[in-house]
Design a protein around this ligand. Structure first.
Ligand code: HEC
Length: 152
């Protein structure tokens, strides 16, 4: 006759302290996760803002270089420079939004205005030969340089 095995003692129900610890750990994990999500979102928004001014300037540079290349290659019919001139003019509307810290600076606004006026004049009577295109490129380059001298 076998004596029944003594049954292992039933596990004690978790104490209140242990239950709180589990809830606390879950809460902590959820909290950390939410923090990471929020920080990521903030970072990507600020990251986009950070690239805006440099991106605008790089596009400026690319389109001015396009006009330079036209002069070098002797592509100086009015239609040749038009796309680059138009893009430079449109980009000039982005100066204030791209530099929110500078938009109220009088010098910045004046340089931005002068850049737009220079491009408006070029678009109103597009340069028709290489000498005229050269002069236009120089005039635009001067507006770039003037603003950089004062504000960069
Ligand atoms: C109204 C002012 C203003 C005008 C006009 C302007 N710039 Fe700028 N530019 C700036 C400022 C301010 C910076 C510095 C930006 C920074 O470091 O965030 C800058 C920086 C640059 C840079 C360096 C960008 C980088 O990668 O950090 C280039 C290239 C540039 N400009 C090209 C041009 C060209 C080409 C033109 C003319 C077609 C022009 N800019 C017209 C204000 C101006």
């Amino acid at each position: 006759m076998s004596t029944p095995e003594p049954r292992p003692p039933a596990p004690a129900p978790p104490s209140a302290a242990a239950r709180y610890a589990v809830v606390f750990a879950i809460g902590l994990m959820v909290g950390v996760f939410a923090l990471v999500v929020v920080l990521r979102a903030l970072e990507s928004r600020r990251g986009w803002q950070d690239h805006y001014p440099a991106a605008l300037m790089r596009l400026y540079q690319a389109h001015l270089a396009g006009l330079e290349a036209d002069v070098e290659a002797g592509r100086c019919a009015p239609a040749d420079g038009l796309a680059n001139l138009r893009t430079l003019r449109l980009l000039s509307d982005d100066l204030a939004p791209a530099f929110p810290d500078l938009r109220d600076h009088r010098g910045f606004a004046a340089h931005a205005d002068r850049t737009r006026r220079t491009l408006d004049a070029a678009l109103a009577s597009p340069p028709g030969d290489c000498a005229a295109l050269r002069a236009t490129v120089d005039a635009i380059g001067e507006t770039c340089g003037d603003c950089h001298r004062d504000l960069r």
